[in-house]
Write a protein that binds this ligand. Structure first.
Ligand code: CA
Ligand code: CA
Length: 231
């Protein structure tokens, strides 16, 4: 009951502060990624098409999702800091042209594709992937009386300001400060952080709540919060 009431309040706040802005700015690039994977290694090959203005030199950025480590690459200057990778070149790439990149790497567990693709700081979409809400991480555990958070972004730019809708199911009392729950044609790829507090309760149950994040035209995503009860 409490969480539904809080959510209704959030929606009211959001509606009040949506700015009036012109729709524009599609994604600046489209990534076609593939990888050949064996026991602990993989070879990645991918193509990136320039959908925006000419790149006079470019920096490709992406984030690994499963502890991958690049061991060898070619034709680009590569940096890796934890999961964050950049591959740069001084080459010029005109509108509509594509670049091809590749590297060899190591992985542990499932070799899931990288995420958060950008070229010169502008977000890319992934070819062949339907538009989706991307909420991370999937699971958050919070001791009773403390807070945790997750981030939400979109995989593809919306044509106009798009509300993020949130439905909640589960048990316990959870609260959150109000935030602007919408995406614009320019901020769609910027993760928006959402904090959730597990309110102290008198019971001894590790309560769980599932947030389902959705937007019209996008595949929804979920985040599960688990309370570590202290009674
Ligand atoms: Ca309790
Ligand atoms: Ca509890």
């Amino acid at each position: 009951m409490h969480i539904r009431a809080l959510f209704a309040a959030l929606v009211g706040v959001c509606a009040a502060i949506v700015p009036v802005t012109a729709a524009q700015a599609a994604a600046g690039c489209e990534v076609t990624y593939s990888a050949s994977t064996w026991s602990t290694g993989f070879a990645a090959n991918f193509q990136i098409k320039n959908l925006g203005d000419t790149w006079n030199g470019y920096v490709v950025g992406f984030t690994f999702t499963a502890n991958q480590q690049i061991t060898q690459s070619w034709n680009h200057t590569v940096t890796q800091s934890g999961p964050h990778v950049t591959m740069s070149s001084a080459a010029t790439v005109a509108t509509g042209q594509s670049i091809w990149l590749g590297f060899l790497g190591n992985h542990t567990g499932v070799n899931t594709p990288p995420t958060n693709w950008r070229v010169n700081g502008v977000a890319c979409t992934l070819a062949g992937q339907p538009p989706a809400v991307i909420a991370e991480p999937d699971e958050v555990t919070v001791p009773e009386g403390t807070s945790g958070s997750f981030t939400v972004r979109l995989s593809h730019p919306p044509a106009a300001n798009t509300f993020l809708m949130m439905s909640i199911s589960g048990t316990g009392v959870w609260a959150s400060p109000p935030i602007a729950l919408y995406f614009t044609p320019t901020n769609w790829s910027t993760p928006q952080r959402f904090s959730v507090v597990s309110m102290p309760d008198a019971d001894t149950i590790d309560d769980r709540v599932v947030f389902t994040l959705s937007a019209t035209g996008y595949t929804p995503d979920t985040v599960t919060f688990t309370q570590l009860d202290d009674d």
